[in-house]
Ligand binder design. Structure first.
Ligand SMILES: [Zn+2]
Length: 253
């Protein structure tokens, strides 16, 4: 209500126009609720990662299942699905994306004729692909395990010799934490801190990058989540936003 030249003018809210806008917004929110796959499109316009090259390294594969639960739920399968979804999201944002593997295979063939063990050739193959990729950064995807089933959560490991590694690790950790901290129980401990890691890939890589342990297959709650497509998609979205925030923190506003 406001006074205009001595007369009282009454404005009634909501006007039909505002009501229409509110209804439109409610419809959009409902749409996003039922079609979560379109959510990432709402966080940016255009191609924010155009000109960026990213290498995704889904761990293990082929003969090597990685961490597993009773042989049927395997790390190699979970990280490949998340990796492929992350590639889709990154490409949608304009990035050029490479992968160390796109199917259920290991990477040892990239080091032919080496007398080292298959595991060492697999690790060597990943380092080779990372260092010859010409990428701006890499993310190596893994699932953790521990003898204590109450331990869960995500840990992003980095090598402290290069400041970019820590920045990327913290950016991904910050974005993945709200995803992994779903339905916490008082008798569980949820990892939510990035850490310095002493791993061959981190030590030998010549470009910035991190190892993301996205959860514990040994925790029943987290194992159930890691089997769900919607949860895997949330992990990929968190990785996308973490990578994007890191790249923009490097570029500046
Ligand atoms: Zn692993």
């Amino acid at each position: 209500m406001r006074l205009a030249r001595g007369r009282i003018k009454i404005i009634v809210f909501p006007s039909p126009l505002i009501l229409a806008v509110l209804l439109f917004c409610a419809a959009i929110l409902l749409w996003l609720q039922f079609f979560p796959a379109v959510r990432p499109a709402s966080i940016y316009y255009g191609y924010p990662l155009k000109g960026t090259r990213i290498l995704i390294d889904p761990g293990h594969g082929g003969i090597d299942p990685g961490a597993h639960y009773e042989g049927s739920i395997t790390e190699k399968e979970i990280v490949l699905v998340v990796g492929l979804e992350l590639r889709r999201l990154l490409q949608q944002a304009g990035a050029e994306v490479m992968m160390t593997r796109e199917t259920d295979e290991d990477v040892s063939r990239h080091i032919p004729g080496d007398p080292a063990s298959r595991y060492q050739r697999d690790m060597g193959g990943r380092v080779k692909l990372i260092n010859e990729s010409g990428a701006d950064l890499y993310v190596s995807l893994h699932i953790n395990y521990f003898h204590d089933p109450s331990i869960r959560g995500a840990i992003v490991f980095y090598n402290s010799s290069r400041p970019e590694n820590k920045l990327l690790a913290e950016s991904i950790q910050k974005n993945i934490n709200p995803v992994v901290a779903v339905n916490p129980r008082p008798d569980q401990y949820i990892h939510q801190e990035s850490k310095v890691g002493d791993y061959l890939i981190l030590n030998r890589a010549t470009i910035p990058g991190v190892i993301v342990e996205m959860g514990f297959i040994t925790n029943p709650d987290e194992r159930e989540l890691l089997c769900q497509d919607s949860y895997r998609q949330k992990l990929a979205q968190a990785l996308l936003i973490g990578i994007t925030e890191y790249i923009y923190s490097r570029k500046g506003p």
